[in-house]
Design a protein around this ligand. Structure first.
Ligand SMILES: NC(=O)c1ccc[n+]([C@@H]2O[C@H](COP(=O)([O-])OP(=O)(O)OC[C@H]3O[C@@H](n4cnc5c(N)ncnc54)[C@H](O)[C@@H]3O)[C@@H](O)[C@H]2O)c1
Length: 285
């Protein structure tokens, strides 16, 4: 529980709030005084909203569906009469399939949720801010995967690179209007996303080992990401816009070819064997 009340009198939309990072940020913003419009495609959102401190509504909506975005905006405005802050957070991992085997549908599905969904949320926020002359703030959940490449996460990392573009463009557009748009780029935070994403390597199964290679030598918690989101949505960051703030235990600043955490910790054979087994065999999809 925090003693701060930076969001007193405000209303915040949080997407993906039924689980993981979104649930933690909804709680954090509520603890700091915001009334919450909690959005998720999962029906558990209704109960999750009830459990938040203070006033909140849970809205079942798909962030990648235009009508659903209109519906969560309408539900929030109907209940509270205003919206001041947005944490556009919902996202999916998608396929771990290696590049030659990736189905175009799987690729497009991740783009639809992680990119089009974030675009629709940003557009709704800006339309609302224009209509109401609100000098609001938006925080988007990007990822460490928006900065660098991995061999087995092509759709996800492409989508998160695109999210950085959305943040930069929206921030430049919003700046003269007094509207700030920033992103948090989490590293490894054990949530349902990772539990769902267990694979031979790189998923939930080896998360602890991967987290132990970061400078801070541990995974992060959802509350630690929520603290960054609350900062980005508060006036404490009033001179920041267009930033993609890493909260990853230092993972993204490691030099992977010098002894520095990442380097040497991985047995590359263990990582490479399952990833490239089909190349040994010359398999076709
Ligand atoms: N957990 C991590 O380590 C990590 C790291 C970097 C980035 N992220 C990002 O954080 C965000 C939240 O992930 P999380 O780890 O809390 O995952 P999570 O799976 O625990 O929570 C994601 C929530 O989003 C909801 N959701 C998914 N698609 C949706 C849609 N189309 N419409 C509405 N709701 C939808 C899910 O139902 C779920 O409740 C994602 O954007 C993810 O890419 C997470």
């Amino acid at each position: 529980m925090t003693s701060s009340n930076r969001f007193d009198g405000m209303v915040a939309v949080v997407t993906g709030a039924a689980s993981g990072l979104g649930a933690a940020s909804a709680r954090r913003l509520a603890e700091e005084g915001a009334r919450i419009v909690a959005v998720d495609r999962d029906e558990r959102i209704v109960d999750a909203a009830r459990d938040l401190p203070g006033e909140a509504i849970g809205v079942v909506a798909d962030i990648s569906d235009e009508a659903d975005v209109d519906a969560y905006m309408a539900a929030g405005l109907d209940r509270f009469g205003r919206i001041d802050r947005f944490h556009l957070n919902a996202g999916i991992f998608g396929s771990f399939a290696p590049l030659p085997d990736l189905a175009a549908d799987d690729f497009e599905h991740v783009m639809r949720v992680n990119v089009t969904g974030q675009f629709l949320g940003l557009r709704a926020a800006f339309r609302h801010f224009r209509r109401t002359r609100t000098r609001g703030a938006v925080a988007v959940t990007a990822s460490i995967a928006g900065h660098r490449g991995s061999a087995d996460l092509l759709p996800y990392q492409t989508s998160k690179h695109a999210v950085v573009g959305l943040v930069h463009g929206a921030a430049v557009y919003g700046g003269p209007l007094g509207i700030r748009v920033n992103a948090v780029a989490p590293g490894i935070v054990p949530t349902q996303l990772f539990a769902d994403a267990a694979s031979t390597t790189g998923g939930g199964n080896d998360m602890v080992q991967r987290a132990s290679t970061t400078p801070l030598r541990r995974a992060g918690s959802a509350d630690e990401i929520a603290g960054v989101v609350a900062f980005l949505l508060s006036d404490d960051s009033s001179y920041m816009t267009g930033e993609v703030v890493s909260a990853d235990g230092g993972a993204s600043i490691v030099n992977t070819v010098r002894p520095s955490g990442g380097a040497g910790t991985w047995d590359t054979d263990r990582v490479d064997a399952p990833l490239y087994a089909d190349w040994e065999r010359g398999d076709d999809a």
